[in-house]
Design a binder for this molecule. Structure first.
Ligand SMILES: NC(=O)c1ccc[n+]([C@@H]2O[C@H](COP(=O)([O-])OP(=O)(O)OC[C@H]3O[C@@H](n4cnc5c(N)ncnc54)[C@H](O)[C@@H]3O)[C@@H](O)[C@H]2O)c1
Length: 367
């Protein structure tokens, strides 16, 4: 199979679908890999890195799309890329089609075989191609939160760890999933006083076993949230209700009691955010202030660290990509049910129930 990757065109997207280490794997499995010139530059990979891994560098974007049997990307194709879609092209990338009717229509009309990273679901319900980006976002949330607490960034001037004789920052994490757990790991390491809230008692028990009295766990009720948030220097919003908008757990009313310059890192912003005033921001202007409280609302946090994010994403996507390349999509999904769930469009049919329901279009079961 000819496997290709192109430069991402979305604003502030510096990740790339294939890292050189993945290229090497595809090549060692007997596939040919073509890479658009400079596609990896944003993640720190040179054209030489790709050539040394066995790829062929191609100048023109259109040629990469035209020659590839499978295109491996990071983000969904933009309108300017629709012209490259064609029947039987395998498109393997994040798609988020439930919120993108124009792209869905294009993929169906052009009979593309589209596999979405975000709907690959393992037997235990885990989302292997989403988890690494939540890991990055959770860890970054701790770093960004600590940064915006600094006075020059408008913060209250509290050092996360404190120093001997001076208390450390009080940090509240709402939602103890992948994001929350990774933020927690960093913040405990940084010496913060952390409280974690969740509605999943099993999760809280696990964290209590792991960290003991170095952290406080609280069942997530509005009372507990209000008390914890109003006393916090830094709040990390990391809730998720699968398939729904994030609940607005952090009320504007609480801000009156908070110390001015306290920070809310609203990681759940890609699902609408966890505060009543949430709106999304970009990396060039990541924060906004409401009633003296700093809100960080970047919806694409992993984009700030493309080198790490590209590597982590590749580690998650490579396994399924190789399955497709080695066996063809039809054989690959017969062997792997998780991958089968990733197929959103197949030769003109919508094969993902969630997407079909969201867009009110016919759903066809993939056999
Ligand atoms: N901004 C970004 O760049 C970025 C990157 C990655 C993930 N995210 C977002 O971060 C959020 C969390 O992702 P995740 O991978 O950790 O999800 P996850 O499913 O692993 O964890 C979500 C947690 O929220 C908990 N929860 C649900 N309702 C709650 C409530 N009322 N109170 C407290 N906890 C509650 C769940 O029990 C679960 O433990 C999602 O919205 C995800 O889309 C954003």
């Amino acid at each position: 199979m000819i496997v290709g990757t192109v430069m991402e065109r979305k604003k502030y997207e510096f990740r790339v679908g294939l890292a050189p280490s993945s290229v090497k794997e595809y090549v060692s499995h007997g596939h040919q890999v073509i890479v658009e010139k400079d596609a990896g530059i944003g993640s720190g990979y040179t054209n030489d890195d790709y050539e040394n891994a066995g790829a062929i560098i191609i100048d023109k974007t259109a040629d990469v799309w035209a020659k590839s049997d499978m295109i491996v990307k990071v983000k969904e194709p933009l309108a300017e890329e629709f012209r490259y879609l064609r029947p039987d092209l395998l498109l393997y990338t994040y798609l988020h089609l439930a919120a993108n009717e124009p792209l869905t229509k294009e993929l169906l009309a052009k009979h593309v075989k589209a596999i979405a990273y975000e709907t690959i679901v393992e037997e235990d319900g885990s989302l292997p191609c989403l988890a690494p980006m939540s890991e990055v976002a959770g860890r970054l949330a701790a770093i960004e939160g600590a940064k915006y607490l600094e006075k020059p960034f408008g913060g209250s001037g509290v050092l996360i760890s404190g120093v001997p004789g001076v208390s450390q920052a009080k940090v509240v994490i709402i939602g103890a999933g992948v994001v929350g757990e990774n933020a927690l790991k960093m913040l405990v390491g940084m010496g913060a006083a952390v409280t974690v809230l969740d509605v999943n008692l099993k999760k809280l028990t696990y964290l209590d076993d792991l960290y003991g009295n170095r952290i406080q766990t609280l069942y997530s009720t509005s009372d507990h949230i209000e008390k914890a948030v109003t006393e916090a220097d830094l709040v990390i919003g990391a809730v998720l209700l699968p398939g729904k908008k994030a609940p607005k757990l952090i009320k504007r009313d609480y801000y009156k009691k908070m110390r001015p310059g306290s920070v809310i890192v609203d990681v759940a912003i890609d699902q609408g955010g966890a505060t009543e005033v949430s709106h999304s921001t970009y990396h060039d202007e990541p924060t906004y202030v409401v009633d003296g409280i700093i809100h960080y609302g970047v919806a694409n946090m992993p984009g700030a660290v493309p080198r790490t994010s590209t590597e982590a994403l590749n580690h998650a996507t490579l396994k399924y990509g190789l399955l497709i390349a080695d066996h063809g999509l039809e054989q690959a999904i017969a062997r792997n049910d998780a991958l089968k769930q990733g197929v959103n469009c197949y030769q003109g049919d919508c094969t993902c129930k969630g997407v079909a329901e969201a867009l009110d279009i016919p759903y066809v079961v993939l056999h």
